[in-house]
Design a protein around this ligand. Structure first.
Ligand code: PLP
Length: 638
């Protein structure tokens, strides 16, 4: 491709190529200068800030790549959308109850996120869901509002229950969702001891099954929730203990990222059957809690396949409210408060992982001479003639021959019949041949399966300054696809096809599956990197589940984190910055003592001075460098 072709390309074409308007949820887009911008609600219209401007600001503040960037007001926007959409659906349906959100802390426990949700969510009485004692303690400390719910899921020991009962005494609407029979006995006993009535919920195991990665959270084999039998026993025990009046909430959770709206509706309908029966048993139910599952569109396809969903937040709310109203009206039952524990849909958009590209590995051949050098081994000349004969009508045959003669040459090298330089010559011929074949592939009517994978095998490898294991664990663990794209140079046509490797020396430390408008692809279009100029990529929608699941593979620690807020007038505030782990930090996580390591190093240096291997001043500068490294960032620094 020549320069004029590169220039004959618009930001809009990049926007379509990477599908950013599809997966960006309205928060991300490409501006006319060819930069990715973040959009936020402003005074009247939307305001936008380019990610490159944010990076400049971070660098001025000493925060290097990689950086996890949080855009605080996107969380606010998501909470608004969720609450307003439920309010709208409730109004249009004539539903008599209210909506109460509860953000599940496990989805992003970082204090700035949870505190922002509590602060901004207060206007909607948006509460929190806690799955452990630690999370309950967070909820009790950050929620200012006593109307908001604290929903306690998960297995609860005596201490957990005591803590929740104390929250009740302080006026919190703290609800114990029972998951086992043993829990009900503990709750009865502890509430008697504390002389306070608990608010009790039950988590049901529904038979509605959902598709997607979390299919196993639903159905009979689901790990969580009470069977119908156990529910009956709990009702009996509560009645016996004269606490049935405390059973106010019915809970179910079908799994995360539910792709199909039909399963959500089916789940609500099934839950309604239990609701009606439980009321008939004498439980004064007031809340129905749908758990999580509200999905987001990671690949921009708006489909039930892959990493997407076939519904919007608005449609979700309308379907839930309608299904409930329909069922309960038929039985003349009052409408309960609708609770959802949406985690992913609340925080995924808020975080972007930004990193620079350190190097590119090419599978580009060097020049091939027009005449075969003299005295080449027979198999090498066979390979050379094969190359000369490549044509579009017999690509598979040419491919077979290239691979055959390449292997012959390798065998000859093994036996000592081909020397190092001739082998290198042959490998270059082979690469040139394969690239010729790839270039001709688009001209074929039907590409044979063996050749289909060739472009991917010859794609560039872009080495990124990040760790998949630390920053994108779901990409490695469950093949979650996140949108990835360059954040600048988008009015230039990207001329390379590439996969992305991280800094770890692990063959799983890579991104090689990408979401695109035409479905998943194995390579990503990228620009060639320019000497002396950074090339930045962003991985988007990483605000849910990625931060605390990450691990220290190869001792790459937490990245730098920055929170920004885009003000309604379009100005930018840098509200928080947090330096990532230093090398000393990660070493101490695995029980090394950086101080004694330094002492050992100093002793080795002193010994070298005594032995006359280094001078005293060399010793000094070595010690300074070692100590500097201990304080330094675990990622690549320029
Ligand atoms: C994980 C979890 C959630 C959050 O689900 P999302 O799909 O992220 O909204 C909600 N409730 C329970 C009980 C969970 O385990």
């Amino acid at each position: 491709m020549n320069d004029s072709e590169a220039q004959n390309w618009s930001a809009r074409q990049s926007s379509e190529l990477y599908g950013v308007e599809e997966w960006g949820g309205g928060y991300f887009g490409v501006n006319a200068d060819g930069n990715v911008e973040v959009r936020a609600p402003g005074n009247g219209d939307r305001v936008a800030v380019a990610l490159t401007d944010i990076i400049d600001g971070l660098q001025q503040r000493g925060l290097d790549m990689p950086v996890l960037l949080r855009i605080e007001n996107l969380v606010d926007s998501r909470i608004t959308i969720l609450n307003e959409s439920f309010a709208e659906a409730i109004k249009t349906t004539g539903y008599q109850g209210q909506y109460r959100g509860a953000f599940p802390i496990k989805v992003n426990q970082q204090s700035h996120i949870v505190e922002e949700i509590a602060r901004f969510g207060e206007r909607y009485n948006h509460g929190l869901e806690a799955g452990s004692k630690a999370e309950l303690m967070i909820a009790m400390s950050v929620l200012q509002n006593r109307e908001s719910l604290i929903v306690c899921n998960g297995y609860k020991d005596e201490e957990f229950i005591d803590l929740g009962l104390q929250a009740r005494k302080l006026g919190f609407k703290c609800i114990f969702v029972l998951e086992t029979l043993a829990e009900v006995r503990l709750v009865i006993e502890r509430s008697r001891a504390h002389k306070v009535d608990p608010i009790i919920g039950v988590r049901l195991k529904l038979s509605t099954k959902v598709e997607g990665h979390w299919a196993e959270d639903s159905g009979d084999r689901s790990l969580f929730g009470l069977t119908t039998n156990q529910l009956v026993e709990i009702i009996d025990e509560l009645r016996e203990a004269e606490l049935l009046h405390c059973l106010e909430l019915l809970h179910f959770h079908l799994g995360s990222q539910i792709p199909n709206i039909r399963s959500i509706r089916a789940g609500v309908l099934e839950a309604c059957r239990y609701y009606i029966e439980m009321v008939a048993e004498g439980a004064p139910l007031r809340y129905i809690d749908l758990g999580g599952g509200l999905a987001i569109d990671y690949d921009g396809t708006s489909s039930v396949s892959g990493h997407s969903r076939n519904y919007s937040v608005q449609e979700y709310c309308v379907d839930v409210v309608e299904a409930l109203a329909q069922q309960l009206n038929a039985h003349n039952l009052p409408h309960p408060t609708i609770v959802t524990e949406s985690g992913r849909a609340t925080v995924a958009h808020t975080s972007v992982l930004l990193f620079n590209v350190l190097d590119v590995g090419h599978f580009e051949p060097g020049p091939v001479p027009s005449d075969l050098p003299e005295n080449m081994h027979e198999q090498i000349s066979n390979l050379w003639y094969t190359l000369k004969a490549i044509n579009v009508d017999k690509l598979q045959e040419s491919y077979n021959d290239v691979i055959y003669y390449r292997d012959q040459v390798r065998d000859c090298f093994f036996r000592g019949e081909v020397n190092l330089r001739d082998r290198a010559f042959a490998e270059n011929l082979c690469l040139a041949g394969l690239q010729q074949i790839v270039a001709l592939l688009p001209k074929m009517k039907r590409i044979p399966p063996e050749l289909e994978e060739l472009p991917e095998q010859l794609a560039d490898i872009y080495y990124g300054n990040f760790s998949v294991f630390q920053s994108l664990p779901d990409s490695w663990a469950i093949n979650q696809v996140f949108p990835v794209m360059p954040i600048h140079r988008l009015n230039e046509k990207p001329s390379r096809q590439a996969t992305i490797a991280d800094l770890t020396c692990d063959c799983d430390g890579k991104l090689d599956s990408f979401a695109g408008p035409e479905g998943e692809t194995k390579t990503l279009s990228l620009h060639s990197i320019k000497e002396g100029e950074e090339y930045y990529l962003g991985v988007f929608l990483v605000g849910a589940y990625q931060e605390t699941l990450g691990d220290l593979h190869n001792l790459f620690g937490d990245t730098n984190v920055a929170s920004v807020r885009i003000n309604a007038d379009g100005t930018l505030d840098f509200v928080h910055e947090l330096h990532g782990d230093s090398i000393a930090d990660v070493l101490s996580y695995v029980e090394y003592d950086p101080q004694s390591m330094f002492r050992q190093f100093r002793m080795a240096a002193e010994q070298a001075v005594r032995d006359g291997r280094i001078s005293v001043s060399e010793r000094q500068s070595m010690l300074a460098a070692y100590s500097e490294s201990l304080r330094g960032y675990t990622y690549f620094e320029r």
